[in-house]
Design a protein around this ligand. Sequence first.
Ligand SMILES: C[S@@+](CC[C@H](N)C(=O)[O-])C[C@H]1O[C@@H](n2cnc3c(N)ncnc32)[C@H](O)[C@@H]1O
Length: 190
Amino acid sequence: MPNSFRTKVLILLFLLFFILIGSINTLSFYPIFVLFLIVLSKYGTTFFGASWISTPKNKFNKIAKAVMMKPSQRVYDLGCGNGKFLAYVSKRYGVFVRGVELDPFRWLYANLQLKIAGAKGHVILGNFYKTDISNADVVFIYLPQDTVDKIQQKLKTAKKGTLIVSYVSACKKLRLVKSLKNDRIYVYRI
Ligand SMILES: C[S@@+](CC[C@H](N)C(=O)[O-])C[C@H]1O[C@@H](n2cnc3c(N)ncnc32)[C@H](O)[C@@H]1O
């Protein structure tokens, strides 16, 4: 996941380049501005925790099975992107879902996904570092390693017994209870 300092500098340079080209040549301003919005939406949140990459669909059920999802559970996705994981688990397992997303376009899109799926729950527009997770039974994260390292303190504020399931990055300070190494799915218990 692109989240290194060098990547952040490159993204910033790209964005400045778009603004510069757009302001020099007014004719090309609108297409450049649209491109700017697309790049901003894909990479802008890199500076707050992670850029947007979706969990592959073929992992959804493996993640759900790893935590033995059941209808009584409240499942959170911190940085839920397009909301497809939450839509899937709510539809298939009947769980209540709560997403948190910083990007307003993806927040809208994710809420639409949940509506279409008839999911129980919605997505909040906000910062996952500031979100209350004390109600969660399961917290799903797909975030780069440096963000996971930072968010572990927050994850510890979940109630005792909450399951944290991380795709790709490991939560080194939490108690590992299950690991599907080939799928890079790690389950922790608070
Ligand atoms: C790697 S994507 C994962 C998307 C989704 N969880 C999935 O598995 O398909 C990370 C998401 O976190 C969002 N994000 C990054 N920093 C955030 C923050 N501080 N608060 C809330 N969302 C954030 C990004 O906009 C992006 O959509």
